[in-house]
Design a protein around this ligand. Structure first.
Ligand code: SF4
Ligand code: SF4
Length: 253
């Protein structure tokens, strides 16, 4: 019997599910190896009860309804993989997590916006609610990284995720450093795995894969000062995708 897989989306843009559906050349191989039994984004007929080997979960959690659904998924799966920066770090919707919700709603919709109660609170990463076995970061995830994770798990291996910054991949590609050219690139403190996608097109990294573990902020600050930038500019970029995680890092000091 083939292992059963579920693919889910909470608060997010469904970008990860589109990346998965866009694995056109590889989809037949995936379908040959697993049964995707519960995937609302790909099928209107779903098995919402049976035991799963892996649940891939996209999006952040913003209310009790989403939290209850996430907990139910956790109970029925051996492995729960957070897919994308919303699921891993809170994502774009969590950018204003510290602001009062009423203030955020007023900013978004204006004084004449919708009245009444909203069943939506600050957006939080999945790991604030349940055990997460692995994070695949990105906004959206990289197709090649997703396929590598799937094949490792199906082989019974622990996927190896990059633990170094985007700069390493950028150097491997022999790109000219944008930071040294005067662009505020977040590559030194952002998780690798995108093959330095943006700097390879002369676009400064905005940190969509979240902060790398043990990001060397003080070393970056020195380089930034030489270029007349501030560390706050880079932190603001990272907060766009990972504000709850940045808050925890700052609280740890
Ligand atoms: S361009 Fe950005 S990612 Fe590339 S080496 Fe410079 S700082 Fe690092
Ligand atoms: S270079 Fe930075 S912003 Fe661009 S895809 Fe990679 S992590 Fe995201």
């Amino acid at each position: 019997m083939k292992p059963k897989i579920g693919i889910y989306g909470f608060s997010g843009c469904w970008g990860e599910q589109i990346v998965i559906l866009n694995c056109e050349d590889e989809l037949l191989d995936i379908f040959g190896a697993v049964d995707i039994v519960d995937f609302l984004g790909g099928s209107s007929v779903n098995d919402t009860e049976s035991r799963l080997l892996i649940a891939f979960v996209e999006g952040s959690i913003a209310n009790a309804r989403e939290e209850a659904s996430l907990r139910k998924i956790r109970e029925r799966t051996d492995l729960l993989i957070a897919c994308g920066s919303c699921a891993c770090f809170g994502g774009v919707a969590a950018m204003d997590a510290r602001a009062p919700r009423a203030e955020v709603i007023k900013q978004v919709y204006g004084m004449n916006g919708p009245a009444g109660s909203w069943d939506i609170g600050p957006h939080r990463p999945l790991s604030d609610f349940v055990k997460v076995d692995l994070c695949i970061p990105g906004c959206p995830i990289e197709k090649t990284e997703f396929l590598r994770v799937v094949s490792s798990l199906l082989n019974g291996d622990a996927p190896v995720m990059p633990e170094y910054p985007v700069c390493v991949e950028c150097k491997m590609k022999e790109n000219e450093c944008l930071l040294l050219r005067g662009l505020p690139c977040a590559g030194p403190v952002t998780r690798a795995g995108c093959d330095a996608r943006c700097p390879s097109y002369n676009i400064a990294c905005v940190g969509c894969r979240g902060p790398v573990e043990e990001a060397n902020m003080s070393s970056l600050e020195n380089v930034l000062q030489q270029k007349k930038f501030t560390l706050d500019e880079i932190k603001r970029k990272l907060r766009t995708f990972a504000a709850p995680v940045m808050d925890k890092m700052e609280n740890r000091g």
